[in-house]
Design a protein around this ligand. Structure first.
Ligand SMILES: Cc1cc2nc3c(=O)[nH]c(=O)nc-3n(C[C@H](O)[C@H](O)[C@H](O)COP(=O)(O)OP(=O)(O)OC[C@H]3O[C@@H](n4cnc5c(N)ncnc54)[C@H](O)[C@@H]3O)c2cc1C
Length: 436
C-alpha cells in the first residue's frame, strides 16, 4: 500500500516563550540519500523521541525523521504540566480488558510520570522540573470527585503526598476566589517542555539514534520492509513508528481519522516580582480547573505566569491570541490587569473519542506501530507510550502494550471536514452539562 501525502501545515512555533528561553537548539541535518535501520520513527516530539530512546537502549538501530524542528509540535509548546494518569474514566474499559487490566492502566498512569523523572535524572536534562500540582474544583461535585481520586490513589499505593483542600484553604495554593476546593499532588508538577524534548533528543543521539530535521515524510511504501520517503531521501526499515499525533494529517488516513486536532493557546506574562508571583501561586504549583475548556496555568522559572486554555476545533487560531486569552487570565487574577503579555502561542492537541491514548499497531501492517491521541494530557503518557512501543517492537512480553492495543478506538465519521463540527457539537453538550 502506498500513500501520497502533503507535509504538515506550518504554524508559528517560534512565538512561544519556550522557543525564546530554550537550550541552544542544535541544527540537525535533513535526510539525504538512502539509510537502513531496524526502526524508522516519524515525529520528533515526546512520542517519537522516547520511543527512539527506549529502542536504542534495547540495542536496535533507529532513524528518526522530523518534518520541522525537534519539539516543533505540541511537545515543545504545551503547558508543561506533568500530571499523573492516563485517559479519563478508564473504568469504562473494564468490559474489554477486565478489572485487572483497568487497574494496570491506572498504575501505568502513575509510572508514566516516573519515566519522565528518570529521564531527567539519568540524562541531567535542565528543564526546570518542579514538583507540586493541584486540581482545582469549580463546583462542589468536583471536590467529591477529588475525594474519590485521593482514595483510589491510596488504594493503588501512590507513594507521593496528596491532600484535599476545602474552599477556605485554597489561598494557600492559588490567589484567586474562583475555586471551591482542590487536590494537591506532590508527585505531579511542571517543567519546560521544549528543553525536555531537546534534552531527550541529545540523549537519543548519545545512544546512537540518527535524528533528522526538516525531513517531512511524504510517502510510505508499506510491506514486510517499509520504505519511508522524504523530499531528498529514503529510509528502509523492518519496523515503522508513527508518532505525529495531531499533526499526522494525511500521512496515514486510518490513524488520523481517529484523532481530532484542537487548538489550545497559552500566554506568558512579563516576569513578575517575587511578591506578585507568590501572591498568585504561593507554592509554585501547576494547576488545572475542571471545566471542559479548562484553564491551566503555572509559573515559569523566571516567574512569568504561563496561562493556557481554550479548545478550538475550527482549525483557525484566534487572530490575536493575547487579546483572546487575557480576559480569561483576568477572570482568575484581576490583579494582573496592568501586566504585559510578552509571548502568545498555540498548538494542536490530538483528541480521541474515548480519551485513552491510542497505542497499538496497524491490523493490516503488523510492522507499523503508533502512539497518538493523548487528549491534552500527553507530557507523561508519551513517555509511557515510548516504553510500551519499544517493549512490543523488541519482543518483550508482558508489558502494557497489549492492554492499550486491545481497546478499540472509534473513527470519527465524515472525514476531516465533518470531524471538527461534530466535536464542537459534542463539546457544546458537555459545556451545557457544566451549567446544569
Ligand atoms: C497548547 C498545548 C498545551 C498542552 N498542555 C499540556 C500540558 O500542560 N500537559 C500535558 O500533559 N499535555 C499537554 N498538552 C498535550 C501534549 O503536549 C501532547 O500530548 C504531546 O506533546 C504529544 O506529543 P507527540 O510527540 O505525540 O506529538 P507532537 O509533539 O505534536 O509531535 C509530533 C511531531 O510529528 C511531526 N510530524 C508530523 N507529520 C510529519 C511527517 N509527515 N514527517 C515527519 N514528521 C512529522 C511534527 O512536525 C511534530 O513535531 C498540550 C498540548 C498543547 C497543544
Amino acid at each position: 500500500m502506498t500513500a501520497r501525502v502533503q507535509p504538515p501545515a506550518q504554524s508559528d512555533h517560534t512565538a512561544s516563550y519556550y522557543a525564546a528561553s530554550s537550550l541552544p537548539q542544535p541544527v540537525l541535518p535533513a535526510l539525504q540519500g538512502e539509510l537502513r535501520a531496524d526502526v524508522c520513527v516519524v515525529g520528533g516530539g515526546f512520542s517519537g523521541l522516547n520511543t527512539a530512546i527506549e529502542l536504542a537502549q534495547r540495542g536496535l538501530s533507529v532513524v528518526l525523521l522530523e518534518a520541522h524542528k525537534i519539539g516543533w509540535g505540541a511537545s515543545g509548546r504545551n503547558g508543561g504540566q506533568l500530571i499523573r494518569g492516563v485517559g479519563h474514566g478508564v473504568d469504562q474499559f473494564s468490559n474489554v480488558i477486565g478489572t485487572d487490566g483497568v487497574r494496570q492502566l491506572k498504575l501505568m498512569g502513575l509510572e508514566a510520570v516516573e519515566i519522565v523523572r528518570q529521564r531527567v535524572e539519568q540524562f541531567q536534562i535542565p528543564c526546570d522540573l518542579t514538583w507540586g500540582y493541584c486540581d482545582l474544583a469549580n463546583k462542589p461535585r468536583d471536590l467529591e470527585g477529588f475525594a474519590e481520586d485521593a482514595a483510589e490513589l491510596r488504594e493503588l499505593g501512590y507513594r507521593h503526598e496528596t491532600r484535599l483542600l476545602q474552599a477556605d484553604e485554597m489561598h494557600s495554593v492559588v490567589g484567586s476566589n474562583r475555586y471551591v476546593g482542590g487536590l494537591i499532588d506532590m508527585g505531579s508538577g511542571h517543567l519546560h517542555p521544549l528543553n525536555l524534548a531537546l534534552g531527550e533528543a541529545a540523549a537519543a543521539q548519545q545512544l546512537g539514534v540518527q535524528l533528522f530535521e526538516q525531513s517531512a515524510v511524504t510517502r510510505i511504501d508499506y510491506g514486510p520492509e517499509v520504505k519511508v520517503h522524504t523530499a531528498q531521501g529514503t529510509v528502509r526499515a523492518k519496523t515503522l513508528v508513527l508518532g505525529c499525533n495531531a499533526y499526522l494529517n494525511h500521512l496515514n488516513p486510518e490513524l488520523s481519522g481517529k484523532v481530532l486536532p484542537a487548538g489550545s493557546y497559552i500566554i506568558a506574562t512579563e516576569p513578575l516580582s517575587e511578591a506578585q508571583a507568590h501572591a498568585l501561586l504561593p507554592q509554585n504549583m501547576a494547576v488545572c480547573d475542571q471545566r471542559v475548556a479548562l484553564d491551566y496555568y503555572r509559573l515559569s522559572a523566571d516567574r512569568r505566569l504561563l496561562f493556557g486554555g481554550a479548545c478550538h476545533y475550527s482549525g483557525r487560531d484566534p487572530a490575536d491570541i493575547g487579546a483572546y486569552m487575557r480576559p480569561k487570565m483576568l477572570e482568575v487574577f484581576p490583579q494582573l490587569v496592568g501586566v504585559k503579555i510578552d509571548y502568545q502561542w498555540g498548538g494542536m492537541i490530538g483528541i480521541g473519542a474515548n480519551r485513552l491514548p491510542q497505542i497499538g499497531r496497524l491490523a493490516d501492517q503488523p510492522n507499523v506501530y503508533y502512539a497518538q491521541a493523548y487528549s491534552g494530557h500527553g507530557v507523561n503518557a508519551t513517555h509511557l507510550a515510548g516504553k510500551l512501543l519499544a517493549e512490543a517492537i523488541s519482543g518483550q512480553q508482558g508489558g502494557g502494550f497489549d492492554l492499550f492495543a486491545n481497546v478499540p478506538h472509534m473513527t470519527f465519521p465524515g472525514g476531516k471536514h465533518l470531524r471538527s463540527p461534530l466535536l464542537a457539537l459534542g463539546m457544546l453538550w458537555h459545556r451545557m452539562k457544566e451549567l446544569i
